[in-house]
Design a protein around this ligand. Structure first.
Ligand code: HEM
Length: 665
C-alpha cells in the first residue's frame, strides 16, 4: 500500500518540483522550531547552523575535536552559547555546582543512549532511581579501603611494563628494532624510541582486567592489543559458569575497538534519537556499530571466563555479584555483564589517555620533568623497586601538581557533559532555562579560564598549583565531574596515576620525538607522542656512593642562576639524596682538588661499570653532564685557586677524563 502511494506520488511530481520541494521541506522543518522557540533560547549566540540543526554538533563530534571547537565558539560568542537547537553550553565555573548538583533533578540527556550496549549500566542509565540503586552497589566497590586492596595488583602490571621497556632498551642500545607495540620500536642514537599510547593502553587494560575480572588480558606480556570475544555472544551469556572452548572464541584488537566505539557513540549521541537508526547504517558509521557489539563481547568473554574459574580474591566482579538491588536480589547476568562492561570502558581508556597526556607534557617540559625526578629521588630514596608504592607517592606535592596540570590541560571527558533541565526549570548564572533544555559546562574551556588559571593557560606549568587562588582553582578543576554522576572510580584512578607516573618518571627520562608535536584533543585522543626512554639511575646502578662526595662538592660550588646551573641544581639534589648528609660545605683549595680528582675517579668508576653493562646509553648522558660540569667548574670555581695550579689540574683531569671516555664510547 505504501509502495503504491509512493508510486502515485512519484508519477505526479516531476523532478524539478522535487528539487525545490525536498530542500524547502527540510528548511521549513528546521525554521519552524527556531521561530517557535519553545525553550526561549533563541537570543543566545552561537554558530549559525547550530541554531537550526543538530548536524553541526554531530559533525563537530564526528571530526573528533569537539572540545576545541566549542572552546573557540565560547571565545567568539562569550560564556553562554547555543551549540545545538536545544543545547546551551555554559563556560562558567559557577555553573558546575548548579548544573551537576546533587538533588537538582537534572538527568543525563539522550546523548547517553548512544553509549548503551547489552543494557544500561551505571554510566548511561538515565532514570534517577535506577541510577541511585546501581550507584549504591558500585560505589561500595570503590571505597578507599577496597581501592587500597588493589594496590599490589596495580604495581604488578606497572612492574611488568617497565620490565618490558628495560628489555627493549637493552636491545635498542645495540641499535636493534622490533615490532612489539602497535607501531614497533627502534633503537637510535643509543636510545629506545616508541609510541607510548599503545603501551599505556596495554597497561590500563591489564590493570582493569585484573581488577574487574580477576585476570589480566595479557597485553603487556604479549605487547599486543588483543582480547578474546565469543563468536556467539548470546549463547555464551546463557552458558555462564561453563568453560568456553577455544573454537568458540576469537581474538580482536580491544583498544582499537574501544576507541572506535567512543568516537561512534559520541557523534551518534549528538544527533536526534530518531536519526540514529538511519545514521548508524551509513558508510562512515557502520564500523562503529560493529565496535559497540565487539566491545560488549569482550565483557561477555571475561565474565564468562571469570565465572567458570572463580578466583580466590576480591575483584570488582565478585563485589558486583555480592551487590543486591532494592529488593535484596542479586544482579541478573545481563546487568552483571553490563556493569562489568561499564567498568572496563570507564576504567581503561580514561587512565591510559590521562597517563599519555601527563607524560606528553612532562616530555615537552624539561624543567618540570627534572623537578619531578628530584622530588621522586628525594622521597622515594634509592631503593631499586621498580614500581612505587602507595605509601611512597601519596604525599608528593609536585607529583600531584604534575598530574593535576596534565588533567587540567587534557581531561579525557573535556566536553561539556549534557544534562536535561528538570520540571520547573533551572537558573544558572542568573539565566533561567525551562524544562527540557539541555545544558552543559565544558571542562576544556573552564580549565582554560584565564581569570582562574592565569594568562598562561595553555602552558603546562605545575607550579601554578602552588600559587594563585586555590579555592577558585579547586572549584573549577573538573576532570572527574561533580555531583551524583561524578566518577565513581576516582579513588582508583588517582592511585593508578600516582603509581604509574611516579614509577615511569623515576626510572626513565623521556622526550618528544618532535618537540613541536601537539597533543590532539580528540575524544578519545589518538596517538601523539614518542618517548625516548633510558634509565637515569646511574648512581644506583654504580653503587659507588662514597665516590660521589667530591662530585657533590664540585656541584655544590656551582652557582644556580642560569638555565644550565638550574639543571645542575636538580642534578645535585638528585645525587645528594644518595649520599650521607654530613658534608662539609667549604670549598677551599684542598677540597677543590679532592673534588676534581674525586670527580675523575667517580666518572671512570661509573664508566667502567656502565661500559661493562648493557646500559651503554646512560653513559653518554653522564658523559654530557660531566663535561658540562667540568666546563662550569672551570669557568666558575677555578679562579678561586692559584692559576697555574688550576690550569695544571684542569689539563690533567680533562685529559684523563677525555681519554677514559673515548675508550668507553
Ligand atoms: C583518569 C581517569 C578517569 C577520569 C578522568 C574519569 C572521569 C570521569 C568522568 C568525567 C565521569 C562523568 C561522566 C559523565 O557524567 O558522563 C566519570 C564517570 C564514571 N567513571 Fe570515571 N574517570 C576515570 C577513571 C575511572 C576508573 C578507573 C573507573 C573504574 C574502574 C571509572 C568509573 C566510572 C564510572 C562507573 C562512571 C559513571 C558514574 C555514574 O554515572 O554514576 N572511572 N568518570
Amino acid at each position: 500500500m505504501i509502495l503504491g502511494a509512493l508510486n502515485t506520488l512519484y508519477d505526479r511530481i516531476d523532478l524539478q518540483t522535487a528539487a525545490y520541494a525536498i530542500p524547502g521541506a527540510i528548511l521549513v522543518a528546521h525554521l519552524i522550531p527556531w521561530l517557535w522557540d519553545p525553550q526561549g533560547i533563541r537570543s543566545y549566540p552561537g554558530p549559525f547552523f547550530a541554531k537550526f540543526t543538530d548536524i553541526w554538533l554531530g559533525y563537530v563530534s564526528k571530526k573528533g575535536h569537539r572540545s576545541e571547537v566549542i572552546h573557540e565558539v565560547h571565545r567568539k560568542y562569550g560564556p553562554i552559547v547555543r551549540i545545538a537547537p536545544n543545547h546551551i553550553s555554559i563556560a562558567d565555573p559557577d555553573a558546575l555546582a548548579v548544573v551537576y548538583a546533587h538533588g537538582n533533578g537534572a538527568t543525563k540527556s539522550n546523548f547517553y543512549d548512544a553509549f548503551v550496549s547489552i543494557r544500561r549500566g551505571v554510566f548511561n542509565v538515565r532514570d534517577r532511581n535506577e541510577h541511585t540503586r546501581k550507584r549504591k552497589i558500585i560505589s561500595h566497590i570503590f571505597s578507599q579501603k577496597n581501592v587500597m586492596e588493589f594496590e599490589p595488583h596495580i604495581r604488578l602490571y606497572v612492574t611488568q611494563l617497565l620490565q618490558q621497556w628495560d628489555r627493549l632498551f637493552g636491545m635498542a642500545v645495540k641499535g636493534m628494532s622490533g615490532d612489539e607495540g602497535e607501531s614497533g620500536w627502534k633503537g637510535r642514537d643509543g636510545r629506545l624510541w616508541f609510541d607510548l599510547l599503545p603501551w599505556a593502553n596495554y597497561l590500563a587494560f591489564d590493570i582493569i582486567g585484573d581488577l574487574a575480572f580477576g585476570a589480566p588480558f595479557g597485553m603487556i606480556q604479549a605487547a599486543k592489543d588483543v582480547a578474546l570475544v565469543p563468536k556467539d555472544q548470546q549463547s555464551m551469556m546463557k552458558s555462564y559458569g561453563k568453560e568456553a572452548k577455544e573454537e568458540e572464541m576469537m581474538g580482536i584488537p580491544a583498544v582499537k575497538i574501544l576507541n572506535g566505539r567512543g568516537e561512534f557513540s559520541m557523534s551518534l549521541g549528538s544527533l536526534p534519537p530518531h536519526w540514529r537508526p538511519v545514521v548508524r547504517r551509513l558508510p562512515g558509521w557502520r564500523q562503529g556499530g560493529k565496535d559497540v557489539k565487539n566491545l560488549a563481547g569482550i565483557a561477555i568473554a571475561a565474565v564468562s571466563k571469570r565465572l567458570a574459574t572463580p578466583v580466590d580474591r576480591t575483584d570488582l566482579l565478585s563485589n558486583l555479584q555480592a551487590g543486591r538491588d532494592g529488593d535484596g536480589n542479586p544482579l541478573g547476568r545481563e546487568e552483571l555483564t553490563a556493569e562489568a562492561l561499564t567498568l572496563l570502558i570507564a576504567g581503561s581508556d580514561t587512565t591510559s589517555n590521562s597517563t599519555c597526556a601527563i607524560l606528553y607534557y612532562l616530555a615537552g617540559n624539561r624543567y618540570a620533568q627534572e623537578k619531578l625526578h628530584k622530588e621522586l629521588d628525594e622521597q622515594l630514596g634509592t631503593e631499586d623497586e621498580v614500581a612505587a608504592t602507595e605509601a611512597q607517592v601519596k604525599r608528593l606535592p609536585y607529583l600531584e601538581a604534575c598530574i593535576n596540570e596534565g588533567l587540567r590541560l587534557h581531561s579525557t571527558s573535556s566536553l561539556g557533559l549534557p544534562r536535561l533541565v528538570p520540571e520547573g526549570g533551572m537558573t544558572v548564572c542568573g539565566q533561567f532555562f525551562p524544562e527540557g533544555t539541555v545544558l552543559s559546562v565544558p571542562s576544556y574551556t573552564i580549565h582554560r579560564d584565564p581569570t582562574v588559571w592565569g594568562e598562561d593557560v595553555e602552558v603546562f606549568r605545575p607550579e601554578r598549583w602552588f600559587e594563585g587562588d586555590q579555592a577558585a582553582m579547586q572549584k573549577t578543576f573538573n576532570p572527574f565531574s561533580v555531583g551524583p554522576r561524578a566518577c565513581v572510580g576516582r579513588n582508583l584512578a588517582s592511585l593508578e596515576l600516582l603509581i604509574i607516573i611516579a614509577s615511569i618518571t623515576r626510572r626513565y627520562d623521556f622526550v618528544l620525538e618532535d618537540p613541536d608535536q601537539k597533543i590532539l584533543d580528540k575524544s578519545p585522543p589518538v596517538q601523539f607522542a614518542k618517548l625516548i626512554v633510558y634509565p637515569f639511575h646511574l648512581l644506583q646502578i654504580s653503587g659507588h656512593t662514597a665516590i660521589l662526595r667530591p662530585l657533590l662538592i664540585v656541584l655544590d660550588g656551582l652557582e644556580c642562576e642560569s638555565e644550565d646551573a638550574r639543571e645542575f641544581a636538580i642534578l645535585r639534589a638528585k645525587y645528594r639524596s644518595s649520599i650521607p648528609v654530613d658534608w662539609p660545605a667549604e670549598t677551599d683549595f684542598e677540597i677543590v682538588v679532592r673534588a676534581v680528582s674525586g670527580l675523575f675517579i667517580f666518572a671512570s668508576t661509573v664508566m667502567k661499570d656502565i661500559g661493562s653493562s648493557e646500559h651503554a646509553n646512560p653513559f653518554k648522558r653522564l658523559q654530557r653532564h660531566l663535561s658540562q660540569a667540568l666546563d662550569l667548574f672551570y669557568a666558575r670555581i677555578l679562579h678561586k685557586i692559584p692559576q697555574d695550579t688550576s690550569e695544571a689540574l684542569c689539563r690533567h683531569t680533562q685529559l684523563r677524563l677525555i681519554q677514559e671516555m673515548s675508550m668507553r664510547t
